[in-house]
Design a protein around this ligand. Structure first.
Ligand code: ATP
Ligand code: MG
Length: 463
């Protein structure tokens, strides 16, 4: 079969396409069977007649007038709703006619296709959202300590400012991740992903791809079609950069650029991708000290430290231990599938006398251990004996006066600074001189040890 015949056959017999060809005056030279059927005409009635006679709104007229194609317009005729295109035909540089054809004979086909695609897309979006959901809200943050209540109130305010970067610092187990969850969940980003990246757990050479994704062929073993990074996946939501203090200086520079430009570039890619994410970073390291020691970029520090939440160590809010214990017993009852009802006064007293270097997480672990022991004895009240292991630790601490180096340093520094401030009647500059430290370091330590700035009634202002 010759190509001409083949083409005619293809056009004529194609039930999915309406097609016609006119001369340069708009008279029909060719019209296929499908279109004849739609127009309810026979070939004899149509050929040689101006197309305008059958479809007065035809784009053929405009195409012949301008010599330019009209592509992808909506074309309704006799109850059919098509997407069509009309292109001019040139011969030896002269406009010779027009070719009009439907891309979708019935737009409902197109609509179904788009709808199916959208459904599929939404299904994946839901899956991503489910996978990357923030588990905790502000209701899960327990405690009545003034400082903690202030922190919660402040964090709630921050949450409503959907794009503000937040830096959460504090010792291990003090609830940094809990706060990050709560901020996301009560922000207008809550329906979108919350993605945590543990900067300490991912090897440096993989962190960039993890955060920003990579393009196909970026390196050997790179997935076909590339892979989106966490910033792309979290679009519209929150990226929680945990343990940010462990990030290498090289990665710090790259992160800084992303935060400034609000654009990422996949590894091995060359097109910038706009991002809309809120960044919450957390660390248990002393970032200010790291900046002084040039281990953390100062510009990144300022970029992250827009809003700061400094967690309160458990030992500074021991009054919260009873409510926390009640809360954690409920939580652990579900997790361990046990039925512990309460805790005895004696056991609570014991818990309150401990120093809690691992903060709420350590409290949770200690309770878990005690609850398992109590359950094994079919007891429903946690008594001191189930905390014997802790008792030993406390007694050991108290009786021998032996404490961990961290504890001793903590207590000694706090005491020393308080004493000097008392002696200088709250004069910060003088205190800093006595202690032979920078004024900025002194302020940092006041914050760390929760020594109030209004320490002395005669406090002099910083000059
Ligand atoms: N105020 C609180 N109320 C209730 N639970 C808390 C509170 N603070 C911490 N927790 C619980 O203690 C555990 C540790 O909290 P989280 O993981 O948020 O600490 P973190 O500061 O991120 O610790 P790390 O630095 O070790 O990662 C979690 O199970 C958390 O739910
Ligand atoms: Mg954490």
């Amino acid at each position: 079969m010759k190509i001409g015949e083949l083409l005619e056959e293809l056009f004529d017999q194609n039930p999915y396409m309406a097609a016609l060809i006119t001369d340069n005056e708009g008279n029909l030279l060719y019209i296929n069977k499908t279109y004849l059927k739609i127009l309810n005409l026979s070939k004899e009635e149509a050929l040689g007649r101006p197309i305008k006679e059958f479809t007065p709104q035809t784009r053929v007229t405009a195409v012949l007038r301008t010599g330019k194609a009209v592509v992808g317009y909506n074309w309704r005729v006799n109850g059919y709703n098509m997407i069509a295109s009309c292109i001019p035909i040139y011969k030896d540089g002269k406009l010779n006619g027009a070719f009009a054809y439907s891309v979708f004979l019935d737009i409902w086909n197109a609509k179904n296709l788009v709808e199916n695609l959208l459904n599929e897309l939404n299904m994946y979006k839901d899956e991503v959202n489910e996978l990357y959901r923030a588990k905790y809200s502000f209701d899960d943050i327990v405690g009545n300590n003034e400082k903690l209540k202030e922190l919660k109130a402040f964090a709630r305010q921050i949450a409503s400012h959907g794009s503000t970067t937040v830096l959460i610092s504090g010792e291990s187990g003090t609830g940094k991740e809990l706060f990050a969850n709560a901020i996301h969940n009560s922000s207008n980003r809550s329906g979108l992903p919350f993605i945590r990246v543990n900067c300490a757990a991912i090897p440096e050479n993989l962190l960039e791809a993890e955060l920003f994704g990579y393009e196909e062929g970026a390196y050997t073993g790179a997935k076909k079609g590339g892979k989106p990074g966490k910033f792309e996946l979290a679009n519209g939501g929150t990226v929680f950069l945990d343990e940010i203090g462990e990030m290498s200086l090289t990665m710090q520079s790259k992160l800084l650029v992303v935060l400034q430009e609000q654009e990422i570039e996949r590894v091995g890619g060359n097109r910038p991708i706009r991002t809309n994410v809120r960044v919450i970073a957390a660390t248990n390291r002393d970032l200010e000290k790291m900046v002084e020691e040039k281990k953390f970029r100062e510009d990144l520090y300022y970029r992250l430290n827009v809003v700061r939440l400094e967690m309160v160590p458990l030992r500074s809010r021991k009054e919260d231990i009873p409510v926390l214990v009640q809360h954690l017993i409920c939580k652990l009852n579900k997790k361990l599938n046990v039925f512990i009802k309460d805790i005895s006064e004696g056991a609570l007293k014991l818990l309150s006398s401990y120093y809690w270097p691992g903060n709420v997480r350590e409290l949770e672990n200690v309770l878990e251990r005690a609850m398992i022991m109590a359950d094994m004895k079919h007891a429903s009240i946690l008594r001191s004996r189930y905390f014997a292991f802790l008792n030993n630790r406390c007694e050991f601490q108290a009786a021998s006066g032996l404490k961990s180096l961290k504890t001793m340093t903590w207590e000694f520094e706090k005491e020393a600074i308080s004493k000097v401030l008392q002696a200088t009647r709250g004069d910060m500059s003088m205190a800093a001189k006595y202690l032979e430290i920078d004024l900025s370091t002194l302020y940092r330590k006041l914050k760390k040890y929760h020594i109030p700035a209004e320490f002395s009634p005669n406090q002099k202002k910083r000059s």
